[in-house]
Design a protein around this ligand. Structure first.
Ligand code: BG6
Length: 488
């Protein structure tokens, strides 16, 4: 049996990089919660693999600490920990693989999942060694995380190395934004309601904004981050995926390829940015010292200990899609670290009314806006004009129809990894990126990176705790529009 709500097929999940950050912060807690929800079959097992010489008991203790905050029930915790086992194996070496094969051979009928929570350089070598050990056969699946390359060429190399061992139907490329509840809700909103689709086009929509703002800095990841920057770290994947879900045509079904074919068409229709138009369409910034969470914080260069870095921690850009539906509708994207507040939001702004029947003292007739809040306080707001009831005459006010998911449903919002891990086991690729999608995204990103590299300009400085460099405001105000800021 398979599916999100029920018990999934019996599985053996092998996590490479099991003692690392991703496993501790995301994977183990997610697996615990799905076990708690009753989705793991009784026999399901999880094997932690890493180079460290640990015993299974020591690994279980690490796992216990990783889920301590979430684990409210002792019996569930005991059941979860009993599923864990550990194998010390250097994924970069040829020895030890027969031990992994022997562990898996104990249950040949279970679905096999290999989760590569490792450095991307190891994706190819691990797949090769799995294949050499005869473990890439049958229904075995492999899960890889971003970064999938840092350019089109390197992404193609990763896809080729993984693809040499696992067929595309067995490769699950995670973009954890696709596992977020409200991101999936975008599809429910668009395709489960007759209301929006007729208006979902350039005739009725003025522009779209996508903001993913973080208050955190690079938090000890400066080594990785300095080789990536906000464009690679957030735009190439998460933000372009959000753009695709907003812009794609209705798929014929929610099957993996139907959805991914539509997203791919959007990526291929993005008007290239690069060379001379990069300066007009993009802004990059780098945070300086300032404030976060009520206290002082250092600037990016101080954290990095390298004054020369030109890595951007903020990017704003104006993307355009050359197709019938979206011609002339800009998509403004912005993301950054150490911004004023943590918020991820998609704003669809409709066109203004063509003519006002109201007198001037009725107030400004503002355009309708659909605001989809991904985090925090997930929900949807539809801003409408109504008559102000407290006002004697015909006076208008802009107010939201406001649907907060917490208020409406009052349930715990599962973490993205919970949904995605269950989907891997269930064999559902809809929320995972296909290889050609990843490559199409890089094809659009590469010329922007090249234009920045060729420019003598450095990223524009911005003070931590603000909304990024003022050039980002100018980017949208040049078009007589402004960034949406939720009223308090
Ligand atoms: C990751 C990026 O993919 O997403 C991080 O590498 C970023 O730099 C994170 O902080 C944001 O994810 P979320 O779920 O906290 O919005």
């Amino acid at each position: 049996m398979s599916g999100q709500a029920g018990v999934v097929d019996d599985f053996d999940l092998v996590v490479f990089g099991a003692t690392g950050d991703l496993a501790r912060r995301k994977l183990l807690p997610a697996l615990y919660h799905r076990d708690e929800a009753g989705q793991a079959p009784p026999g399901a097992r999880i094997l932690g693999v890493s180079r460290r010489a640990l015993g299974a008991d020591a690994f279980r203790e690490e796992a216990r600490a990783a889920v301590a905050e979430e684990a409210k029930d002792a019996a569930t915790l005991a059941r979860f920990l009993a599923r864990l086992d550990y194998l010390a194996l250097d994924a970069g070496s040829d020895s030890g693989w027969p031990d992994l094969a022997a562990w898996l051979a104990q249950r040949p009928e279970a679905v096999r999942v290999f989760y590569l929570a490792t450095a991307p350089e190891l994706f190819g070598p691990i797949c090769r060694r799995l294949a050499a050990a005869g473990l890439a056969e049958g229904s075995a699946r492999v899960v890889v995380e971003k970064p999938i390359g840092k350019s089109l060429a390197s992404a193609q190399a990763v896809n080729a190395a993984v693809g040499a061992c696992f067929r595309e139907e067995r490769v699950y490329r995670i973009d954890h934004y696709l596992g977020k509840e409200t991101v999936q809700n975008l599809m429910a909103l668009r395709f489960g309601n007759a209301l929006f689709e007729p208006l979902w086009r350039s005739g009725a929509i003025d522009h779209v904004q996508i903001t993913v703002a973080e208050t955190l800095g690079v938090e000890g990841r400066a080594g990785y981050y300095d080789t990536a920057g906000a464009l690679r770290d957030m735009v190439q994947n998460h933000m372009l995926q959000l753009l695709c879900l907003v812009a794609m045509e209705p798929p014929a079904s929610l099957s993996a390829n139907a959805v991914r074919d539509e997203k791919l068409k959007v990526l291929n229709a993005l008007i290239p940015i690069g060379g001379a138009n990069a300066a007009e369409h993009t802004v990059r910034g780098q945070y300086r010292a300032g404030a976060a969470a009520g206290g002082p914080v250092p600037g990016y260069l101080e954290e990095l200990g390298n004054d020369a870095s030109r890595t951007e921690t903020f990017v704003a850009l104006k993307a355009e899609i050359a197709n019938w539906r979206w011609a002339g509708v800009p998509f403004y994207l912005r993301t950054g670290k150490r911004l004023a507040t943590r918020v991820s939001e998609i704003v669809v702004e409709f066109r203004p009314i063509p003519f006002s029947v109201f007198q001037e003292d009725a107030g400004l007739v503002e355009p309708n806006r659909l605001v989809i809040r991904l985090q925090p306080d997930e929900g949807v707001k539809l801003w409408l004009m109504i008559k102000d009831p407290g006002h004697g005459g015909m006076h208008l006010r802009h107010v939201p129809l406001d649907m907060s998911f917490a208020r409406a449903f009052g349930v715990r919002n599962p973490d993205a990894y919970e949904r995605l891990l269950i989907d891997v086991i269930a064999g559902n690729q809809t929320l995972f990126m296909r290889g050609d999608e990843v490559e199409a995204a890089w094809r659009w990103i590469d010329p922007i990176l090249a234009a920045w590299a060729a420019s003598p300009e450095r990223p524009k400085p911005y003070t931590s705790g603000t909304w990024g460099p003022s050039a980002a405001i100018a980017l949208i105000e040049r078009d007589c529009r402004s960034w949406y800021e939720a009223p308090e």
